[in-house]
Design a protein around this ligand. Sequence first.
Ligand code: SF4
Length: 290
Amino acid sequence: MEIINDLKKINAKRIFVQYPEGLKLKIQGICKQFEKEGFEVVISCEPCYGACDVRDEEAKRLGCDVILNIGHSNFGVESKIPVVYWDYFYDVNPIPILKKEIDKLKKFKKIGVVTSIQFVKSLEKVEDFLKKNNKEVYIHKSLKYPGQILGCNIDAAKKIENKVDCFLYVGAGKFHPLGVAIRTEKPVFTLDFEKKQIYNLDEEKIKWLKKKAWHDSELNDAKRIGIIICWKKGQNRIDEAEKLKKKLEKEGKEVYILAFDNFSTDKIEGLKFDCLVNMACPRLDDEIIF
Ligand code: SF4
């Protein structure tokens, strides 16, 4: 594995491993391989949803000299110890799904293709297939890989929004494509490797917009508000939260700043709020409960 050489090059001895939930079934096997290569390994069992989550303080405290962040790409969060990002790719073939489902895109000529990091290797095949089926394909590079988006960064879609008739997200699940659907005006489809289908996100977008309208009116009427912040290094927005607190207080509201590692409603059971405002991971508000 190339990653082993990268770790040896920086003379890593004890590695602090952070990984996404999707790799849970494989992580023990992966870590055993590192151990066979002579590294000591500590597996972080706190969820790691993105490269915003760099646990350098915790890793240092445990005597680790490097963090291995699997499945995410560096977007510049500073760290007190080196962080090695391992772009973990899924080896999946989109062609059978495209052959079966291409009709769902028949109304659209110009297609913007986006993906998340695990699936970037599939994009070439998707692009070839679409072009052979008389589509114009647009792929923009704004992060490490062409077409790559994050839950909190869809620049690869925004930059081509005016050129395309629709977007096709290549990957799995609704988290990433919903981000594109709610922040652009174009139809969004997902080529979903898990469901082996192409489907559009219209219904989810409508649900999200309704929920947002309801949340906005709740915020207007709320008297007691909690502002959620997170102390993960790439999500820390305490200064903006303080500003918002002062603004809301001027409107006569009672406001509290609530800090979490990972937010969940059970952690604030017993506290009384009319409304919560999310200033942690911007995608948390897709799931937040008032
Ligand atoms: S802030 Fe949220 S969406 Fe952005 S990288 Fe972190 S976990 Fe992902």
